[in-house]
Design a protein around this ligand. Structure first.
Ligand SMILES: C[S@@+](CC[C@H](N)C(=O)[O-])C[C@H]1O[C@@H](n2cnc3c(N)ncnc32)[C@H](O)[C@@H]1O
Length: 302
């Protein structure tokens, strides 16, 4: 069954039905005590904000963009994000070694989940591979849920939706050593602590399981970088204003890309979390797409 589950461990919100589908609670953690976080700051785009504020600021961004998210992705990238996502899933070849249990974290409207399921079915006649889509934002998940209703995966055990924080996935619902594949696409840069996300990824994957991240990254060619900067900072916020009536969210999305660690630094963080990666070169620990505008990092849980 396609289920949309919402997890609020401590706020104990009552499970509510959505379109006849059960909405269960699981997300959350104890609110941080002021003593642990009062002096810690992080980036929110180019702004520096208290760590504990980032999550709700990011939530506001995705609440605001959820209904237009897929349209805006196509408009701002001229549809190129589809090619990157196709390349990402193609490189993972889900289903090749038999049905897989996958979790797509920061999965938003389910772009990666749909590709994983389609790939396994079209290439290996696999209707048993499953994807649990996890996101902190209920609006994004609802958009994904509506989209999956139009697919053959609706009302099957192949897909489910869960509201939870990538940094603190409730262990009752996402137990240790459970998944063959953990994917996160264009999501990790929005999280307050990248090491906390990687630690959770490592916890929930089976030994030998694959961590795969698709994210915007660093462009090494100076000319391409200049053109990309011009486009990002002038055109994308303008498209946000015209198509979604929301300049600020798109300004944040562009700024957050520039704050994300460069390829070798992120690869080192993946290794520090306990994954094995290839060497620190393009084609090793990571694969650049379009000169590094986007990049795929992979690691295997030891
Ligand atoms: C740019 S969207 C990417 C969605 C989808 N993966 C895709 O590629 O189209 C980023 C997503 O990350 C989610 N997100 C941000 N912080 C998160 C967190 N701490 N835990 C889980 N999801 C988070 C947002 O709600 C949003 O849906």
């Amino acid at each position: 069954m396609l289920c949309l589950s919402r997890s609020l461990r401590f706020s104990l919100q009552r499970a509510a039905p959505i379109n006849g589908t059960r909405l269960i609670s699981t997300q959350g953690s104890l609110p941080p005590s002021s003593s642990d976080t009062s002096h810690r700051t992080t980036s929110f785009g180019f702004k520096t904000v208290p760590e504990e504020a980032k999550e709700s600021l990011v939530k506001d961004v995705f609440d605001s963009v959820a209904s237009k998210y897929d349209l805006m992705n196509d408009a701002t990238s001229f549809g190129i994000h589809r090619l990157w996502k196709d390349a990402f899933v193609l490189g993972l070849r889900p289903g090749r070694k038999g049905p897989m249990r996958c979790v797509d974290v920061a999965g938003g409207t389910g772009d990666i989940a749909l590709r994983i399921l389609d790939y396994a079915r079209e290439n290996y006649a696999d209707r048993e591979t499953s994807v649990e889509v996890v996101d902190i934002n209920g609006q994004m998940l609802k958009a994904g849920f509506r989209r999956f209703k139009k697919t053959m995966y609706h009302n099957t055990p192949q897909v489910s939706f869960h509201e939870a924080n990538a940094q603190d996935m409730p262990s009752e619902q996402f137990p240790d050593n459970t998944y063959d594949l953990y994917t996160i696409a264009f999501g990790i840069r929005n999280c307050t602590s990248i090491p906390a996300v990687l630690k959770e990824a490592h916890r929930v994957l089976k030994p030998g399981g694959t961590f795969a991240c698709l994210e915007f990254s660093r462009v090494n060619n100076p000319l391409l970088n200049l053109m990309y900067d011009q486009y990002s900072f002038s055109i994308i916020p303008l498209l946000g204003t015209i198509l979604a009536g929301d300049r600020e969210s798109y300004q944040y999305l562009v700024e957050s890309i520039r704050k994300f660690p460069p390829q070798p630094e992120f690869a080192e963080m993946i290794r520090e979390a306990g994954f094995a990666t290839g060497a620190d070169v393009d084609g090793g620990a990571w694969t650049d797409l379009w000169g590094g505008i986007a990049c795929i990092h992979k690691g295997v849980k030891l």
